[in-house]
Design a protein around this ligand. Structure first.
Ligand SMILES: Cc1ncc(COP(=O)(O)O)c(C=O)c1O
Length: 381
């Protein structure tokens, strides 16, 4: 995450001094709108809509793309639980798909999990690692499925020259404390599709009666929610956006250095990456789970199977199919019986038990990270 500092404070104080904390205030361009405009230019995408969390962004994107009751949505078995909860919020059900050694959704398992009711794929770019978007978009095209990218953990990261979150029909970012842009809480929907943008805007603002763009006037108003951000969030994001690409550049440099050091030992392998020339996230894989567990004892290293609700077996409300009200339970109106079991994605569990994430420490000076890399390499050689 970028360091939060003086620029955020100065921009926040301007909002507070102006006394206009609400985002929408009748045509005047506040910091949130300016942030969106800059973000779209930086990412090369037509529309960005700031919302109050990554979960809200996923739900808005699914609702805007027309996903609803009876639909099945393919989600990876390794992701933050919110990815699997989002389809339920629009009445659809998540169908779990294995990840491969890249820690992202396995295109081969996507093919196996498609049914006549599948409507969307949600590839998740975990840990700044990118999905195999070429394979995923090809499958989606063949089966006429929507691709809603969960780029919550990979804000700004590129896949073969394109920013993730802008490749599918829609994408979602999170700006919570741990992400590449950090406003404490927050998120954004990204899309090149005017209609999806219009519908997401309505959904996030209780139907949004304001029509700022000509293309919006064709869309009939429907009931939405309030997932808006305040200008305080917009101000922090606006001040922080210039720090995003420098952050990714620092990660990239540390990735090259760390990979070089860790490649010296035969005791582990650098995990395969779907765009190795631009990698900004690093994971390593061992032959045996115990070796990964021991390696995770070192500072800045964690074994993925031990990361709580990122692993599907720990998604208790999903595994038990419980919702807040018995009659608002999408599994009950699914087109077929959907079942989950702890061993349903055993390939994922096997990979996660042998894989460790290695923190690249963008916040530390390079010599510190070089020393850490040498220590890690020595510890396992
Ligand atoms: C992969 C992934 N998807 C979705 C989310 C949800 O984002 P938020 O916490 O902003 O709602 C997160 C947040 O950690 C995430 O990591």
């Amino acid at each position: 995450m970028p360091r939060v500092g003086v620029s955020e404070l100065v921009t926040l104080s301007r909002v507070i001094a102006g006394g206009q904390l609400l985002r929408y205030r009748g045509g005047e361009q506040g910091f949130t709108s300016q942030f969106e405009e800059k973000l779209t230019k930086q990412l090369g995408v037509k529309h960005a809509l700031t919302v109050n969390s990554g979960t809200s962004a996923l739900i808005s994107a699914l609702a805007a793309a027309g996903i609803g009751p009876g639909d099945e949505v393919l989600v990876p078995a390794y992701t933050w639980v919110a990815t699997a909860i989002a389809p339920l919020a629009v009445g659809a059900v998540p169908v779990l798909v294995d990840v491969n050694e890249s820690l992202t959704i396995d295109p081969e398992d996507i093919k196996r999990k498609i049914t006549p009711y599948t409507k969307a794929i949600m590839p998740v770019h975990m840990l700044n690692l990118v999905c195999d978007m070429d394979a995923i978009t090809a499958i989606a095209k063949q089966h006429r499925l929507k691709v809603i990218e969960d780029a919550c953990q990979a804000v700004g990261v590129t896949y073969k020259g394109r920013r993730v979150g802008t490749i599918g029909e829609a994408g979602a970012f999170s700006f919570n404390q741990f992400k590449n842009l950090n406003s404490g809480e927050g998120g954004a929907v990204l899309t090149n599709d005017d209609r999806i943008f219009t519908r997401a805007r309505m959904f996030h603002d209780a139907g949004s009666y304001t029509r700022e763009y000509a293309f919006e006037s064709n869309e009939a108003v429907f009931c939405g929610m309030n997932l808006r951000v305040s200008e305080l969030t917009g101000a922090v994001l606006h001040a922080q956006l210039p720090k995003l690409d420098p952050l990714l550049k620092r990660l990239r440099k540390r990735h090259t250095m760390m990979t070089k050091q860790l490649s010296k030992t035969k005791k582990l392998r650098i995990s395969p990456h779907n765009d190795p020339d631009n990698a900004v996230g690093l994971t390593v894989i061992f032959d045996r789970p115990d070796d990964a567990k021991n390696f995770a004892g070192h500072h800045g290293v964690e074994r993925l199977i031990d990361t709580g609700r990122h692993v599907y077996t720990n998604w208790q409300p999903i595994m038990t199919q419980r919702t807040f009200h018995d009659k608002m339970n999408p599994w009950k109106w699914a087109n077929r019986e959907i079942t989950y079991s702890n061993d349903m994605c055993s390939k994922t569990l096997d990979i996660l038990s042998r894989t460790c994430r290695v923190a690249l420490g963008a916040q530390y000076p390079m010599p510190v990270m070089q020393m850490r890399a040498r220590m890690l390499a020595k510890a396992i050689s």
